[in-house]
Design a protein around this ligand. Structure first.
Ligand code: 5GP
Ligand code: ZN
Length: 114
């Protein structure tokens, strides 16, 4: 999608710090990290959010979650624990409208998620 920040990152029009990539997924460090490990996992295909995903996106969603697990291993938090978050819509404060999964780790997280 032409005017989408994360589509521009996928296409290399905006620089990013890559952590992992495969045919369906791109993962890169969040510009404003909220934990020692804070990586964004995004599908290469533009999907707006979890809520906007359709039946045909099933394989892409699965690839994103598999990539989150892969990123956790690459970042050495698979054993200690990590959190996967996807904000969807205004009440969740989604600020970039290209589906993304935050992979957060490297510290003890707050018990309260909201
Ligand atoms: P949201 O608030 O939509 O769940 O998450 C969007 C995330 O994208 C935020 O954590 C924000 O720091 C990150 N972000 C916004 N712009 C950029 C950018 O240009 N580069 C990178 N690497 N992260 C970004
Ligand atoms: Zn996009």
């Amino acid at each position: 999608m032409a005017d989408c920040l994360f589509c521009k990152i996928i296409h290399g029009e905006i620089p990013s710090n890559k952590v992992y990539e495969d045919d369906k997924v791109y993962a890169f460090r969040d510009i404003n990290p909220q934990a020692p490990v804070h990586v964004l996992v995004i599908p290469k295909e533009h999907i707006t959010s979890v809520g906007a995903a359709e039946e045909a996106d099933e394989a892409t969603l699965a690839a994103c979650l598999k990539a989150c697990a892969k990123v956790a291993k690459l970042e050495n938090v698979a054993e200690t624990g990590f959190r996967v978050v996807s904000n969807c819509g205004d009440d969740a404060c989604q600020s970039v409208h290209h589906l993304h999964f935050h992979v957060l780790g490297g510290k003890k997280m707050a018990e309260n998620m909201a």
